[in-house]
Ligand binder design. Structure first.
Ligand code: 4H7
Length: 252
């Protein structure tokens, strides 16, 4: 997978090379990350990339020509790539969408600055508008890095252990079960005995139950559109009965 990033701040993306899975994936040629400085496509001697908004108002808008030329350049080099604009107006990124993005041969990520981008560029040069969440950033670069990070780890071979991507939160549609490592006793808090039992089936059940209950407590919305096993429903029913018993006990 090739990521081509269009930005006014290419140096920001060196942060991805500091360490971790993204760096390793670059080194093993599973992914490549190229940055294109949009300013290189400005045509005047001041290398202007912004201009005042038509209709007035404060702030500046990224002017269309350098943007369009930069996108054309990237699309010419990677004709198979999918062109994505990071914007607060985009569809919300989630794990399922990240999986879809991982299926493209390349992604061209457009990072805006100032107050935004001329609408005609968004309409004519972009395949998809994406948002990483309902909040405003000063630029699309951090959003672009989030996309590179989450998509990279879904490319086959990126994770040392092939299993781990399937066991992550959201892959199963549930939050991940609690995890523990040594020491067995830490400041009075113990590791659950079952995890030390060596009984793999008991451990699997404990983890699944912990996932289901944790998801119910922290993100009940996730349980609504997720396939649950009859075991899962049993865990929830038990919880439901316990809650009902408490309410009953304290009702007048
Ligand atoms: C495109 C258009 C993404 C990119 C407008 C980008 C949040 C996200 C940006 C803007 C982003 C996200 C420019 C609008 C700065 C707001 C103060 C860059 N913000 N901005 N303005 N949620 N900002 O994915």
């Amino acid at each position: 997978m090739n990521f081509t990033v269009l930005t006014l701040f290419p140096e920001m993306f060196s942060a991805l090379q500091v360490g971790g899975i993204v760096k390793r994936s670059v080194e093993s040629h599973r992914i490549s990350i190229e940055t294109i400085d949009i300013r290189d496509f400005a045509s005047d001697r001041h290398r202007t990339v912004d201009d005042r908004p038509y209709g007035g108002g404060c702030g500046m808008v990224m002017k269309p020509e350098p943007m369009a030329e930069a996108i054309r350049h990237a699309q010419g080099k990677y004709p198979e790539a999918h062109t994505v604009l990071l914007t607060p107006q985009g569809s919300l990124l989630d794990h399922a969408l990240a999986r879809e993005l991982a299926g493209f041969a390349g992604l061209i990520l457009i990072c805006g600055r100032y107050e935004g981008i001329d609408e005609r560029v968004c309409q004519d040069f972009v395949d998809e508008e994406l948002s990483i969440g309902d909040y405003v950033l000063t630029g699309g670069e951090l959003a672009g890095m989030v996309v590179i990070d989450t998509v990279s780890r879904l490319i086959p071979g990126a994770l040392g252990n092939e299993q781990s991507a399937d066991e992550d939160s959201f892959s199963t549609g549930l939050l991940k079960h609690p995890q523990y490592t040594r020491p067995r006793s830490f400041e009075e808090a113990q590791v659950p005995d079952v995890l030390l039992s060596g009984n793999h089936e008991a451990i699997r059940q404990w983890r699944r139950k912990a996932s289901v209950i944790r998801t119910f407590l922290k993100r009940p919305d996730l349980l609504l559109d997720q396939p649950l096993t009859s075991e899962d429903v049993k865990y929830l029913k038990r919880l439901h009965q316990d809650i009902e018993a408490i309410i009953e006990k304290h009702s007048p």
